[in-house]
Ligand binder design. Sequence first.
Ligand code: NAP
Length: 282
Amino acid sequence: MEINGKTGVFGVIGNPVDHTCSPAMHNAAYKHLKLNYIYIPMFVEKTFIPDAVKAVRALNIKGINVTIPYKEYVIPYLDKLDPVAKKIGAVNTIVNKNGCLEGYNTDGNGLVISLESEAGIDLTSKSIGLLGAGGSAKSIAFSLTQKNIKKLVIYNRTFSKARKLKEDLEQNSSIEIQACGYENNDYLKELQDNDIVINTTSAGMKPDEDQLPVPDMSWVKPGHFCCDIIYKPSKTLFLKKAELSGAEILNGSGMLAGQGVLAFELFTGYKIPFHIMKNEIN
Ligand code: NAP
């Protein structure tokens, strides 16, 4: 790739960024479409976030992705916020439109792309259980409740967070939404009533690979679809146990590719085939 005076610059800010797949995904997309762009990782300390966002404007960086732990923290420094990102309260994509910085969130719809296009699931009328009520759960729950699903049940260790997410979602959706805590073990029986169960917690993520998001997996039956948004390891303990019980499984690499595909389109105006980005995730 030749870098010259016309090369457009993109990147990702976070802490850490050394394991991010985003540079490989976006640079592969530029290569595929022969675009004179480059995408680089940018490690930023929290105290420098206001300066880093200003630098996007000052250095005419065309767009940046935002990763852990800054998706909420960057918001006050932006000029405009997409209504969906505003409702979620987190931004993973900042587009520089002639000096105006606009924030978007493509995480939830990234998972929807993975479920629908990659796994071939029709979400219509499905009962979906969501494990977790953190940042990624918010964007996924928001996207799922914009689809024609039957019901969404949010299970979280800290019940107050599940209840708050349910209340927020109900302001924007007429889908049936329930919140459930882990106080007694009834939720384990109720989990089996879902068609799809999605782990959005960090339990099971490297290096805590022996952790499960729920203590018991005996609710899993053949016919269930279990998804984990973690992609390192590629098969979490949750997915291993679900597969052993006959469920179909999907990991989080498709969500990562999906959010990248949507960010790429916001950045460049071009569409990129899903597999071009997915192939770069290791
Ligand atoms: P977060 O905002 O910190 O939320 C963490 C959630 O996990 C909370 O609901 C927390 O429950 C729950 N949790 C943590 N440890 C748990 C345990 N041992 N047992 C049960 N619940 C537990 O994190 P996040 O940003 O949503 O990220 C969550 C995971 O998603 C991470 O592994 C991240 O790598 C992954 N992720 C993947 C993608 C992708 O593109 N595939 C995108 C974003 C995030 P409490 O409320 O009770 O603390």
